[in-house]
Design a protein around this ligand. Structure first.
Ligand code: HEC
Length: 178
């Protein structure tokens, strides 16, 4: 083996082990690499709600998928973005500009039509897949079944929820995994 080849092998091996390190830190902070993930249920009947894991494509969404905690709670940037997304998806028209209720109920709590909406996981499920009593699914691919790109992404929904929580007394992370 000549020296140049030996050196490049060394560099290659060092590079590979650096990658390994990054991969293992990433997998401890999220479910994307096939780790633990929370199980979603439909607000309509409590049956299993499958949401493709690849839709959880930001660090915050991955953390939520792993723990049920919404990392955007109390984060000003995310709350400001959530307000815009709330308007974009017409939530405003039914729930009012400050989520205080209009045609649809107030979203600020602490009491909800669906008690589970006191948690961020519960509210996520309600908005993603809709309710029996008058609200359709808003999740990506569900809002308009003929268009897989239509609807709110997990990351967007977590920001909307952070904005909604900023108007109420609950953080929704109190009882994260339930
Ligand atoms: C067309 C009107 C309409 C739109 C648009 C709409 N909602 Fe609703 N929403 C309702 C109605 C009506 C209910 C009550 C449904 C029920 O009790 O089953 C509801 C219920 C909810 C609940 C459950 C509240 C509780 O007390 O448990 C949440 C959370 C919610 N909506 C969030 C949203 C968000 C976020 C958006 C935007 C992405 C949105 N909604 C868009 C009409 C709407």
């Amino acid at each position: 083996m000549n020296h140049t080849l030996g050196l490049s092998l060394l560099v290659l091996v060092a590079g590979l082990s650096a990658c390994d390190k990054q991969a293992s830190t990433a997998s401890t902070s999220g479910a994307a690499a096939g780790g633990e993930a929370i199980k979603f249920v439909k607000t309509q009947d409590g049956s299993a709600l499958e949401i493709k894991h690849e839709l959880f494509d930001t660090p915050a969404a991955k953390e939520f998928l792993a723990s049920g905690k919404n990392p955007y709670i109390g984060k000003d940037d995310a709350i400001a973005a959530g307000k815009k997304i709330f308007q974009l998806y017409s939530c405003t028209q039914c729930h009012g500009p400050e989520a205080g209720g209009q045609v649809g109920p107030a979203l600020t709590g602490p009491n909800y039509n669906y008690a589970k909406d006191a948690t961020n996981k519960g509210m996520f499920e309600t908005v993603w897949n809709g309710t029996n009593g008058g609200m359709g699914a808003k999740g990506k691919g569900l809002m308009d079944p003929s268009d897989a790109n239509n609807g709110i992404t997990p990351d967007e929904l977590l920001k909307v929820i952070a904005w909604v929580r900023s108007h109420g007394s609950l953080t929704g992370n109190e009882d994260a995994a339930s």
